[in-house]
Design a protein around this ligand. Structure first.
Ligand code: PLP
Length: 465
């Protein structure tokens, strides 16, 4: 670390942070007195804070974002060169990086052809919701406008995205919500016993969870349901890998009732699970794919909503309609830094074989988590796909009663004190904020993973004995 910042009045920076920055997802009162954390520098898998303390980052920037790791000069250079040439022009016109990146990304997504640029995952999802609503107006007299979402999934922070949010506390004080969003049951097999479908497991459970979607469609009326929005692997809701049998049945149901399938790849996109996109493990063909975090690994703000030509055509097949287009804009969707960074990000993923590394290291880490489960009674379940893993903590393995948040936070807090950053399930699930979350950068090595596991092992021993 070059220490530049540390020599340069870091105390003033910390004071300004405490006085003026409204931190995301942070309780106000405790932050006033807790030790503030300003992250100053990053390289590879590691970051340094204002005290010069080194941390191994097991969560890619806190929220599954820095897929290719910190300090990538080639991305910085690509962005710099592009900014000097042309930093911006509104998305009603094209740009060189926008066109080149679009062609490149859809080459990884057979069946999809059109890329709509935005700035955040929430906004990308909003675009898909708006497209579904406009299709309902253009084709179905406004009737087929409902959008289904799944319990425990999250799709973003705007009011419409919260209306499609399956994590109650995130929504609690932000109503009234946007009408027309309807929940379907979650598909977490470990908690199947709470769903009242009998003693099901594996494929039978997956089919039952998908059939529950059909029941909702039939209850609401298939002529009112336009789309369903699902995470391929649920992230903040508990690292939920859908069981065998789930996805093929979901696809079948969508086709049967002409319901558009929207896959939210904001977390899984760009390699997190070892394929370019999470849905590609399951052989499904979505109509919309939204992506954000790993698209440029946080080197620039970029997100997109990708659709098929069939969807695109629905906005141009009636020349007599003055609204024969998607009447929408995102100002910063015209920034060129995003696609320039995203292109270099893809180059790195390909040239360094990071998808392959993600599969290998993900398998290794899952094995290590299973070994931890054998050692610590408090781990009820471990699950994951690629470098996207979780360990659910329970008070009792038989009843599966969730561990209380305080103790789970004590584990992540102890890891932090050891210089290792791991995450926990979103606190928005009262009673279910009990899963330790791991999502190291896709460059992780065995020794990085061993360090994450060792820190967790020590923390579990300290907190639970
Ligand atoms: N979708 C999923 C699955 C997410 O996890 C998130 C954020 O964590 C979002 C959407 C929202 O993305 P953003 O915070 O970029 O708006």
């Amino acid at each position: 670390m070059d220490g530049k910042f540390l020599d340069n009045d870091i105390d003033k920076v910390v004071a300004a942070d405490r006085a003026h920055v409204w931190h995301h997802l942070s309780q106000h009162k405790p932050y006033e007195t807790s030790d503030p954390r300003v992250i100053v520098e990053g390289k590879g898998m590691r970051v340094w804070d204002q005290n010069g303390k080194e941390h191994l980052d097991g969560v890619s920037g806190g929220v599954w974002t820095v897929n290719v790791g910190y300090g990538r000069e080639r991305i910085a250079n690509a962005v710099r060169d592009q900014l000097i040439k042309l930093n911006y022009f509104a998305g009603s016109a094209g740009s060189i990086p926008g066109a080149v990146f679009s062609e490149r990304i859809i080459s990884k997504m057979p069946g999809l052809t059109r890329v709509y640029f935005t700035n955040s995952g929430s906004e990308a999802n909003e675009k898909a919701f708006k497209m579904v609503r406009q299709i309902a107006h253009k084709r179905y007299g406004g009737k087929k406008h409902k959008i289904l979402f799944r319990e425990r999934d999250y799709h973003g922070t705007t009011i419409a995205c919260l209306s499609a949010g399956g994590q109650p506390e995130r929504n609690a004080q932000y109503g009234p919500y946007t009408p027309g969003f309807v929940p379907v049951p979650h598909c977490l097999e470990y908690r199947a016993h709470e769903q009242g479908w009998g003693d099901l497991s594996g494929e039978a459970y997956g089919e039952a969870a998908a059939n529950a979607i059909e029941e909702v469609i039939l209850r609401e009326g298939p002529d009112t349901v336009g789309a369903i929005c699902l995470e391929p692997v649920t992230a903040g809701g508990g690292v939920i890998v859908p069981p065998e049998g789930y996805w093929p049945r979901v696809q079948e149901i969508c086709r049967k009732y002409d319901v558009l399938l929207h896959i939210d790849e904001v977390v899984c996109g760009l390699g997190r699970t070892g394929t370019w996109f999470g849905y590609q493990h399951y052989g499904i063909e979505p109509d919309f794919v939204t992506m954000a975090k790993g698209v440029a690994s946080g080197y620039a703000a970029i997100a997109c909503c990708v659709t098929s030509e069939r969807v695109f055509d629905m906005f141009k097949d009636d020349a007599s309609d003055p609204m024969n287009y998607f009447r929408d804009i995102s100002t910063f969707g015209g920034c060129t830094a995003g696609p320039a960074a995203a292109l270099e990000n893809m180059n790195i993923i390909e040239e360094e074989g990071l998808l392959e590394n993600t599969i290998q290291m993900g398998d290794y880490m899952l094995d290590q988590l299973h070994a931890l489960k054998d050692k610590h009674e408090v781990i009820g379940d471990v699950r994951g796909k690629g470098l996207f893993l979780g360990a659910e903590l329970v008070k009792d393995r038989t009843t599966r009663e969730p561990m209380e948040e305080k103790s789970v936070a004590a584990v992540t807090g102890d890891c932090m004190a050891q210089g290792v950053i791991i995450g926990m399930t979103n606190r928005s699930l009262p009673g279910y904020n009990n899963t330790l979350c791991y999502s190291p950068a896709l460059i992780a090595t065995k020794s990085d993973i061993d360090e994450l596991i060792e820190a967790t092992d020590k923390a579990l021993t300290k907190v639970f004995g």
